[in-house]
Design a protein around this ligand. Structure first.
Ligand code: APR
Length: 238
């Protein structure tokens, strides 16, 4: 079994994708039976789709919310929370996932660069913070309204929109000495480029997943296997 040493001076940046939640029972996007199978991304996950068919877009994400309520963090989420507990501020987690399994596993120093399934925000960008729509709206089948009257859209970064917290992410990558990327196909940018940013600042870069991602050649090390099997026990901390 592979192991990765994490020394006292190391700072670890972790990027996760849909693959880390696969063993919890959530489908990935680009697998044959994945979330995009039978859907055109342009009909669901673009600002234009939301303008044309808000009810359809809302329904797609509502179905995923329902699914999210039935699943639990798996050993991979727990292993990352455990690593954070050991490293404290020398650990940072960036997830492309919109589920809440990392925080339910105990991760704290983290960002959701593609948004969060459990939240909705005003489409008019009226300045009010995103709301937790599980508490505010009992009927998740309907598009809700913000206090200002605007429609509430899913707090999801649609294709063509800028991911969230990019400045903080760039700062954290620049500081890191070890980047660990888990369960993402390397097909969506800018996340697929993070490995190159990390290498540029001299960090070791490791990929963990059952198959090589599209950007595999950018990693110094690829550990093949399921996240829930590989991550527990992967890190040897000083
Ligand atoms: N452990 C680790 N990785 C896994 C596992 C597992 N048990 N099962 C599958 N994988 C890997 C697959 O090999 C694949 O490389 O997870 C990856 C999932 O890739 P995608 O479906 O493309 O998902 P992701 O890379 O997270 O997508 C990026 O695309 O549609 C957008 O915004 C959406 O955040 C998403 C982004």
């Amino acid at each position: 079994m592979a192991s990765i040493s994490v020394g006292r001076d190391d700072r670890v940046f972790v990027l996760t994708g849909a693959g880390i939640s696969a063993e919890s029972g959530l489908p990935t996007f680009r697998a044959e039976d994945g979330l995009w199978a039978g859907h055109r991304v342009e009909d669901i996950c673009t600002p234009d789709a939301w303008r044309r068919d808000p009810a359809g877009v809302w329904a797609f994400y509502s179905a995923r919310r329902e699914q999210g309520l039935t699943v639990k963090p798996n050993p991979a989420h727990l292993a990352l929370a455990e690593l954070e507990a050991k490293l404290g501020d020398r650990f940072f987690l960036c997830t492309q996932n919109v589920d809440d399994l990392h925080e339910r596993a105990g991760s704290v120093r983290m960002v959701h660069m593609h948004g969060e399934l459990a939240k909705a925000r005003c489409e008019r960008e009226c300045g009010r913070a995103p709301v937790d729509d599980r508490q505010v709206y009992r009927n998740l089948a309907e598009v809700g309204r913000c206090e200002c009257g605007g429609r509430l859209r899913p707090h999801i970064v649609f294709f063509g929109e800028v991911p969230l917290e990019m400045e903080r992410i760039e700062r954290e990558i620049a500081k890191s000495t070890l980047m660990v990327v888990v369960g993402t196909s390397g097909s969506v940018y800018p996340a697929a480029n993070f490995v190159n940013w990390a290498r540029h600042s001299g960090a070791r870069t490791v990929y963990v997943g059952p198959e090589s991602p599209l950007n595999a050649s950018s990693f110094t090390n690829v550990v093949e296997g399921k996240a829930g099997v590989v991550l527990p026990g992967l890190f040897q901390t000083a």
